[in-house]
Design a protein around this ligand. Structure first.
Ligand SMILES: Nc1nc2c(ncn2[C@@H]2O[C@H](COP(=O)(O)OP(=O)(O)OP(=O)(O)O)[C@@H](O)[C@H]2O)c(=O)[nH]1
Ligand SMILES: [K+]
Ligand SMILES: [Mg+2]
Length: 333
């Protein structure tokens, strides 16, 4: 019997077994067996290319958020709640076997949310689809590390270790060192540790904001909830009881640090209801491209009101860096 058939047999048996105290133990065993076979589905097959298939999901929208966590912490339940995409959830591990994208619409922005298979210790060394999952995490603007509030803190440090072992630095700022290999010129713009210096030379580090989301708080006491909620970069939620999801969105928005730009036409008020949403550090040229493909080539100058300029308005060129909530009026040749 192949793995898929075995899985299907177990699923059928679970479906026809009544749920009660007497069958609880048996159901538990069945679910453990199911998780074992599903984990085997995640293992890269020997016949396929040595690297195994990646999860190639097109980047879309204004930003990308990856859901990373151990199996069965509630990642898929969360995706199904926050987006119009349904991702299958189940009370057994390794329900999700691939990358499932959804879109969160928030404050006029489209945020791509990626549900991923659960990862386990050893993921970075290729356990399960660990490598592929981590590769997707690298492409995100923010990582949501989803944790089961009923489980201990080791889950958090284990996952952090996995990500750090492949050069993903969470909630750390990139060391401000300028390094140009050709000339071998090094300029320390701040005090740095040897490790930080090595990171810059090796050059494959990514620095990423990470939000620790403790799910299933409906299962723990108020005191425990309170304790988790006070941890840095952490939010407590319950997908099951839809608790604190609004607050999580607010935090996520903050961590994404997107820049909202308002346009205005000459002699008119700014279009405050229709912001252009860009990544941090976006220039006037980025704004032009967003309005119309050919606008940058017809560009003469722009007037900008807001925190990015010394005067309001100020005449600026294409390379000027915009800041959050600036207003811009573009003047064509
Ligand atoms: N009590 C409680 N259960 C939850 C909550 N959120 C999700 N669950 C349950 O947890 C189980 C796992 O949920 P999933 O969404 O499949 O978890 P996952 O992280 O996607 O799991 P994998 O895809 O297997 O890695 C399901 O039985 C959910 O119903 C919650 O807030 N509270
Ligand atoms: K699951
Ligand atoms: Mg899942």
């Amino acid at each position: 019997m192949g793995i898929l058939e075995k899985i299907s047999e177990i699923e059928k048996e679970i479906a026809r077994t009544q749920k009660n105290k007497a069958t609880e133990y048996h159901l538990g065993l069945l679910k453990a067996k199911l998780a074992k076979y599903r984990a085997q589905l995640l293992e890269p097959s020997k016949s396929a290319s040595s690297k195994g298939e990646g999860f190639d999901v097109m980047k879309s929208g204004d930003a990308r958020v990856a859901l990373i966590g151990f199996p069965s912490v509630g990642k898929s339940t969360f995706l199904s709640l926050m987006t119009s995409t349904a991702s299958e959830a189940g009370s057994y591990e390794f329900t999700t076997l691939t990358c499932i994208p959804g879109v969160i619409e928030y404050k006029g922005a489209n945020i791509q949310l990626l549900d991923l298979p659960g990862i386990i210790e050893g993921a970075a060394q290729g356990k399960g689809r660990g490598r592929q999952v981590i590769a997707v995490a690298r492409t995100a603007d923010v990582v949501i590390m989803m944790l089961d509030a009923t489980k201990g803190e080791v889950q958090r440090s284990l996952l952090e270790k996995e990500l750090e072992s492949v050069g993903i630095c969470l909630n750390k700022h990139k060391p401000n060192i300028y390094f140009k290999p050709k000339k071998g010129e090094v300029l320390f713009r701040e005090d740095c540790s040897p490790d930080e210096f090595i990171d810059v030379i090796v050059g494959n580090r990514v620095y990423m904001p990470c939000l620790y989301v403790y799910n299933k708080i409906d299962q723990i006491s108020m005191e425990e909830v309170d304790c988790l909620a006070r941890k840095p970069n952490s939010v407590v939620i319950s997908c099951g009881m839809k608790l604190n999801l609004d607050y999580l969105l607010e935090m996520l928005w903050e961590y994404l640090a997107l820049t909202c730009i308002y346009t205005k036409k000459r002699g008119q008020r700014p279009e405050f209801t229709d912001a252009i949403i860009l990544r941090k550090g976006a220039s006037v040229e980025h704004v032009c491209h967003r309005i119309h493909r050919s606008l940058a080539s017809q560009f003469k100058y722009a007037l900008v009101w807001g925190t990015s300029t010394k005067y309001s308005p100020q005449r600026v060129g294409l390379t000027h860096t915009m800041e959050h909530e600036d207003v811009i009026q573009i003047v064509k040749k």
